[in-house]
Design a protein around this ligand. Sequence first.
Ligand SMILES: *Cc1c(COP(=O)(O)O)cnc(C)c1O
Length: 815
Amino acid sequence: MSFFLDDLWKCSQQKFYYKNTLFYEIFFDTRHIIEGKNGVYFCCEKNFNKAKNYINEAIEKNIIAIVSPFKIDIRTCPILIYSNPIKLLQKFAKKHLRKFKNLKKITIIGNNDKILIKEWLFNCLNDTYSVIHSPNNYNSQIGVPISVLETKKYHKIAIFQCAISSIKKMRRIENIIKPQIGILTNIDKNHLKNFSSKKKIILEICLLFKHVEKIFFYCNSQITLNFFKKKIKKKEIISIGTKKFCDVQFITFKKKIIHIKIHAKVYQFKVIVKKLENLFDLLIIIAVLYDLGFSQEQIQEKIFRLKSITISLEITRGIFNSMIINDKYSLNLISMKIAVNKLIYLSNNKKIIIIMDSFLDKDIHFNLYQDIIKFLNSTKLDYVFLIGNFRKKHKKIAFNRVLFLSSFKKLICNFNTVEIKNSSILIKGNQIFKLKKFINCIQYQVHNTILEIDVNSIFHNIKIFKKLLNSNTKIMAMIKANAYGIGSYELAKFLQYYKIDYLSVACPDEGVVLRKNGINIPIMVINYDYNSYDNMINYQLEPEIYNLKTFIFFLKKIKEKKHQKKYPIPIHIKINSGMHRLGFELKELDNLIKIIKKNILYIYIKSIFTHLVSTDNKKNHDFTLKQINNFEKGYKKITSQLHYKPFKHVLNTHGIINYGDYQFDMVRIGIGMYGYVSDKQIQKKLKNVITLKTKISQIFYLKKGESVGYNRMFITNKNIKIATIPIGYADGIFRKLGNGNFYVLINNKKIKIIGDICMDMMMIECKSIDYNDEEDVIIYGKNNSINNVAKLCKTIPYEILTSISSRVKRVFVEN
Ligand SMILES: *Cc1c(COP(=O)(O)O)cnc(C)c1O
């Protein structure tokens, strides 16, 4: 995009004095501003002080103008005061879109899990037309206008998704887009949240489709459809569903062939989708493509390609300590910008980007590539590899570290010359099969057994706990022991990105790894010894001081380093209130205070805390209160001698649930963030974070009487089929789970583990289940939770999690 600042001001009906200044980006989130000199920051924060902080951050990043709801005195750049910046943006976007008279606009209305429909439709049309679409989940009040503003003259079709939300919000989106084609996915219970009845939603949607000429409606209820038709007159409605009355009707799905009746004629297509739900989504795509005039062969070709589309961002470790970010979203300018932003945020060293898309050799995308190259020029990347048939003109405008490669093979050859040590490599493109081959070359662990970590679920869980807290209570994320065995700096990077207040690790080494990987938020270290004091100080790790001896040594060390360090250094005082693990006894506090007072120039107390031993056991309720009482005494004693107030904190996960009155200034959340609690109500609200999965190595057909595994622990009593999977007790699977005590899941079906679990493998009885070796075998996940495993093994989820061996590859997934 490129716009004049004057136009933005004009849109707000205010006078503007800076003529002819162009801007190219709009930011809503200061984290997304990498280099602000081309952009305008729209501040949507409702709290004045927070808004001020964000605006200052934007100014520091050289933003060229600011739109703010508050009057703030700034001299460095123009500021436009507008009470609701989002509304201004929407107005601006609406005006922009009106410039394109010949653009065909499609709106998809449906909830978030319908993003796939949008991605599919985009992919089906994008090889024929130049299509703009709102990427990822840009279906909100901000996301839609931002996508709209990227519309260019060369776009022929626009696909924007609109989430079903409140009536007011949906109307505003309609008003911006004014689509000609509407796609309405199934109306389900989820949508009813904001509406009193199904009828009401439909009435509302009729209003939204005021300007539409044609509507595709997935609907299996004749009553609903008739009601809809009655209310929405003079528009063409194409109904899609499984029922006879539908214009596009699903008939059968067998052996990957789907039969569909379209206006009384039967068609068949070969498809590769597994879930029936996705099959119905596909039905909508076929209906739209058919209506746009594509032939059966063309449709077949297009939908067959969709098999490779998944929409997520995956992060794994590469060789030579590199980080691989595999972004599977479709390529367009906005998704490109989002991905590069992620790359810059997640990496702190060399940045490499590889772009490969399925349609890179088509003329239609000449302009898109040009725009992408222009954008890449403006970023500070070390290397860019573009694979496809580019034109001379593209090469001319690219900066010198852009390498144009004509084929995928050339990438592997050329890549050898790049020093990838410590680099972060963003791979963008949806040609999964070819890319997989390449990724395998640079991946650190190429192994079928992986621990997948859903980053969004972690933040969902943190949000659930935030709701139990006051808005100003700080959160310290406990990521000791490699984040409870989940990973290490990768998770910390995300936590930093989402602005968590504090991190805590067990030992200095863990902290050093975080610092070396670009984590700059405060880190508290729980335990350490004399040998690690240098590292503690050099890497700004904040020690938990738990006794006088270590404290005195620490002070000595920081004085030795006098010439290089800024004082005072933050420390945390731990009080032993009853656990008897680490911490000061109340009677030792007088001596502690003396030393603190003497060293006031060198250290300052950032926080004082204690650890509660039993926050999820009602039996110990009185003891817990006694612990808190002891702690408060200690806190008072120390602070009565200080002229400042350190943070005060005592609660862990179950403390937040059961002792919210004692949240004080901060809480320390561990296991809850990873999704496991003992409270049933809260557990229901949490999302599953980790999935441990693998693939089958071998299948056996056994006759009655044959045995499986070591010690012949399993002997068949009939002819059966078994499979071997490459995961064993060395990967952290407790042997107790063997011999029929636990199961794994394939296609959500329970399959028993049989015989003894071996070091690196185990066997499962697969009965009649039909599967191939591409199928995921889920060992722990949403439907076979670690909570159950822990109970079976008579332990706690913490032990199960931290037992998952480091040889299991970690994959972080963000949607
Ligand atoms: C591990 C730890 C926590 C977090 O405990 P959870 O039960 O996982 O929430 C909090 N505080 C301290 C001192 C810890 O060591």
